[in-house]
Write a protein that binds this ligand. Structure first.
Ligand SMILES: Nc1ncnc2c1ncn2[C@@H]1O[C@H](COP(=O)(O)OP(=O)(O)OP(=O)(O)O)[C@@H](O)[C@H]1O
Length: 255
């Protein structure tokens, strides 16, 4: 079954149609890119998919169920996790605690038990530590586990954000410019990591990215947004040679 189906999605801010009649279908296991010039509506589309904004019109289905109107945490519980263009960690907490907080969504003790530290809490807390550490190991951050998140170098904070999103055990992972601010070597490592986590966790990934080498290098299929509308979709090779895409990026006719 199609994992994410978006039909005729639109969002207006006053007179501005930031996203307009947006359609998208993503199958389980796909690695898909969403690209477009500055201000094209990419982040707005992510904010609609994750319940940050309610659409002006349209449908969003995850696993065949409508999620329009759900709160962001409810959408996380339906299996969608994301990272942000501007890193949003719990900056004063340790690296390990950042991942553990996300993992709490999937641990089966109730809030009362957490508060009173009763029942299953102690046993589960231990395995929670181990599970959180495993995510840190994947992202080569285990040696940093006790550091305060804000003290990590930038590239490591970006990796921690992805580790935290993964700890919520999503089916669909949305990455908003994961390579922003990274140098070419860090970007290359990130590409390898994205490919690896997709395979290892059987994930479906949708990513926004300005770095064309990353998008073309990891994505199997790409959607292109311009002024809120999808102007093209296809394989990296098709997108690279699509005149409408070239025009949107260069702002001029292609002859
Ligand atoms: N909360 C908001 N209120 C009003 N206008 C908004 C809001 N959020 C986004 N916009 C506008 O909607 C349009 C699309 O913005 P959006 O941030 O989604 O684009 P983007 O493709 O993610 O851009 P970038 O690549 O620069 O991050 C822009 O014109 C932007 O100014």
């Amino acid at each position: 079954m199609t994992l994410l189906k978006v039909t005729n999605l639109s969002k207006s801010f006053g007179g501005l149609r930031a996203v307009s009649s947006f359609n998208m279908a993503i199958e389980p296991g796909e690695l898909v890119g969403l690209i477009g010039p500055n201000g094209a509506g990419k982040t707005t589309a992510f904010n609609l998919l994750t319940g940050v904004y309610d659409p002006t019109e349209g449908q969003i289905e995850i696993d065949g169920k409508n999620v329009v109107g759900l709160k962001p945490y409810q959408i996380t519980q339906r299996g969608v996790a994301r990272t942000f263009q501007n890193i949003r960690l719990f900056s004063e907490l340790s690296v390990l605690d950042n991942v553990k907080i996300a993992y709490h969504f999937h641990v089966k003790y109730g809030l009362l038990e957490t508060v009173l530290r009763l029942g299953r809490y102690h046993a589960e807390e231990e395995s929670l530590d181990q599970k959180a550490l495993r995510f840190l190991e994947i992202f080569q951050l285990a040696h940093r586990k006790d550091e305060i998140a804000k003290n990590l170098p930038y590239g490591e904070q970006r990796r921690l954000e992805i580790a935290r999103a993964l700890a919520a055990q999503p089916k669909l992972l949305l990455l908003d410019e994961p390579a922003a601010g990274m140098n070419p070597q860090e970007t290359q490592q990130l590409m390898d990591m994205i490919r690896w986590i997709r395979k290892e966790f059987g994930l479906t990934i949708l990513l926004i990215e300005h770095d064309m080498s990353l998008v073309m290098g990891v994505c199997e299929r790409i959607y292109v947004l311009d002024y809120g509308s999808i102007i093209a979709q296809g394989t990296p090779a098709e997108i690279k040679n699509n005149p409408r895409v070239i025009e949107a990026y260069l702002g001029e006719e292609v002859h």
